[in-house]
Design a protein around this ligand. Structure first.
Ligand SMILES: *Cc1c(COP(=O)(O)O)cnc(C)c1O
Length: 347
């Protein structure tokens, strides 16, 4: 295989971007080779600038649940594009996407759209603190909630693969407000709430952590989180940026039948365009500006192209065939990997 054009670009990139990239995982540090440069993608295939073809198991980290250039999504973006790229004012597409999300996730009464999952997590934390007038946050080891200061403590994702469990530049006084819990450890959960519950604004979690491997919750663990949080008046924030519209149409909350106070969404709901969202109980959401005193704003929020892509993607998912198909594909992949594991006799 020829990688000469990718190599050339990679050499230029290292002069231009820190580590040659605009997001750390793209540096391929854990892959053991230089990154390739993508020229185009279609369905499950990626093509690099040297015309090599790859099967893409990543699909923009889950954002492209239908694969690349899915025609209903492309069509919707094209259509929206003819009417303008950003208005700095309201557009009807925001209403349609929020209705689709709300009907999929009944815990969401009101929504605010933002531009990334990170932004949505950041706002969720601020909102929980503003609503509860408490300062502490609980999160789980290995759960990634974007590069939010308060949440970039023992996070997964790039922070895990590049071996940086933490980040410089985060004041100790801020991370001191973040309590880290081990996932699936009920005893430590109860102990933490006993000690800090009354000062804790919210507990945030990926209901199925997907940024440090994939670790399903033990039977009853999500219920324990719920009952502890309720007992101490802390909010429950489900970060469904990956699980939302993925584990099921209604996300992890539908699958496990738990109603979080706030839900953070991203990736899939943007159909491959930059989007984040936070949604939840009306009385909490109404604390956001301009109604409430928790400030949040965004020049490109509710962007018409992103809304159009998200609507098209969710409308396709709503038809319902996708989840069984994904399950079948996943089972095939799992069986194949287990077989290879046996052959290689990994533990
Ligand atoms: C990707 C991800 C985020 C961050 O979203 P960005 O759009 O990359 O900022 C937050 N939480 C989870 C669970 C994610 O997987």
């Amino acid at each position: 295989m020829d990688f000469s054009l990718s190599e050339k670009l990679w050499n230029q990139a290292q002069e231009l971007f820190p580590g040659g990239v605009n997001s750390p995982v793209r540096s391929f540090q854990s892959v053991g080779r230089h990154p390739f440069y993508v020229s185009r993608a279609k369905g499950s295939k990626l093509f690099d600038v040297d015309a090599n073809c790859y099967t893409d198991y990543v699909c923009s980290w889950g954002a492209l649940i239908h694969g690349h250039c899915y025609s209903p999504v492309v069509r919707a973006i094209n259509e929206a594009l003819q009417n303008g790229t950003s208005f700095g004012a309201n557009c009807p597409l925001e209403i349609r996407l929020s209705q689709l999300i709300r009907s999929a996730m009944p815990s969401i009464e009101k929504i605010r759209f933002l531009n990334s999952g990170t932004e949505a997590c950041m706002t969720a934390i601020r909102l929980a603190r503003g609503f509860s007038r408490r300062e502490k946050i609980m999160k789980f080891e290995g759960c990634y909630h974007g590069h939010v200061d308060s949440l970039l403590v023992k996070a997964g994702s790039g922070a895990l693969t590049t071996g940086i469990p933490d980040s410089e530049g985060i004041p100790a006084s801020l991370s001191a407000l973040t309590i880290i819990l081990p996932w699936n450890d009920e005893e430590k959960l109860i102990a933490a709430f006993k000690k800090y519950g009354r000062e804790t604004a919210a507990i945030i979690l990926e209901p199925v952590p997907a940024n440090c491997g994939l670790i399903p919750p033990k039977e009853g663990f999500l219920e324990s989180i719920e009952s502890q949080a309720r007992a101490y008046g802390s909010l429950i924030i489900f970060d469904e940026v990956i699980t939302g519209f993925r584990l099921s149409y209604g996300g992890a909350q539908a699958l496990f039948r738990i109603k979080p106070d706030l839900t953070v969404l991203g990736k899939i709901i943007g159909g491959g365009l930059p989007v984040g969202a936070i949604g939840g109980k009306k009385e909490i959401m109404d604390c956001l500006s301009p109604l409430g005193k928790v400030y949040q704003a965004g020049t490109l929020s509710g962007n018409p192209l992103a809304m159009a892509a998200g609507i098209a993607q969710l409308e396709e998912l709503q038809k319902g065939h996708a989840y069984q198909y994904l399950e079948n594909l996943g089972q095939q992949l799992e069986a194949g990997m287990l077989e290879i594991q046996k052959k290689l006799s990994y533990p």
